[in-house]
Design a protein around this ligand. Structure first.
Ligand code: GRF
Length: 226
């Protein structure tokens, strides 16, 4: 898919989520407000009880749950759910709270066409419990990152970050709640840059406005990335 072709039709997106679905909901809201020129084709989940499924359905987006236990092993499930996603011919897969480690072979097949939102300022605090770990580390700043997915967990090149200060007395819950609206803006702005063709993965790095991106873009107070 050439950048030229991408610009001619809306970017086709399939979302993956395991839980609440507020990040996918932010994409739906932005797309409805005509602030995001994309087509949200489907939301796939590994959990039949994920609230994200209802978020999608209420917006008229096809929502599909697939059970890992119905498959022989982890990689068979990953192949099956990504084959289902592929039927929607997505240009981009957005992992928005998808809580599974994906088979490296499947990741390789989608490299450059799959992003994830992670609630930390990567490379700090890969993996789980990021809010608690940021507090325990004595960080003064916390945040979220949108990155391309590679075989290295939370280790692919980062497109953009949103940062918030850590305040005295913050709890993991308070931090998570304060970060969430920034995550939503960050994800929407990052997807918008991909949809416009201004951001793409190239080799093991990122190209932004046709030049290598030396450091992740930062979300500004006006919701734009620079
Ligand atoms: C978000 O904090 C996201 O960064 C992380 O999982 C959470 C998902 O929240 N990967 P939601 O399901 O989008 O509400």
């Amino acid at each position: 898919m050439t950048a030229e072709l991408l610009r001619r039709r809306p970017l086709r997106i399939v979302g993956f989520a395991s839980g609440r679905g507020s990040n996918f909901g932010a994409l739906i809201a932005a797309q409805r407000e005509q602030a995001l020129p994309v087509e949200l084709c489907a939301l796939l989940s590994d959990r039949g009880d994920a609230a994200a499924l209802a978020v999608a359905r209420q917006a008229g987006v096809e929502a599909i749950a697939m059970r890992p236990h119905d498959h022989a092993d982890r990689s068979a499930f990953d192949r099956a759910i990504f084959d289902r996603a592929a039927q929607f011919l997505p240009d981009l897969i957005v992992l928005a709270g998808y809580m599974r480690i994906i088979d490296p072979g499947v990741v390789a097949a989608w490299q450059g066409r799959m992003i994830n939102i992670h609630p930390s300022l990567l490379p700090n605090h890969r993996g789980l419990h990021t809010h608690r770990r940021a507090l325990e580390a004595g960080d003064r700043e916390h945040g979220a990152s949108v990155h391309y997915v590679t075989a290295e967990l939370d280790g692919g090149p980062t497109i953009a970050q949103a940062a918030i200060p850590i305040r005295a007395g913050d709890t993991p819950e308070a931090l998570a709640a304060r970060l969430l609206p920034q995550e939503h803006r960050l994800l929407v702005a990052s997807v918008a840059l991909i949809a416009s063709g201004r951001v793409a993965m190239a080799g093991s790095g990122i190209v932004f406005d046709e030049a290598p991106l030396a450091a992740p873009l930062r979300l500004g107070a006006d919701g734009s990335l620079a």
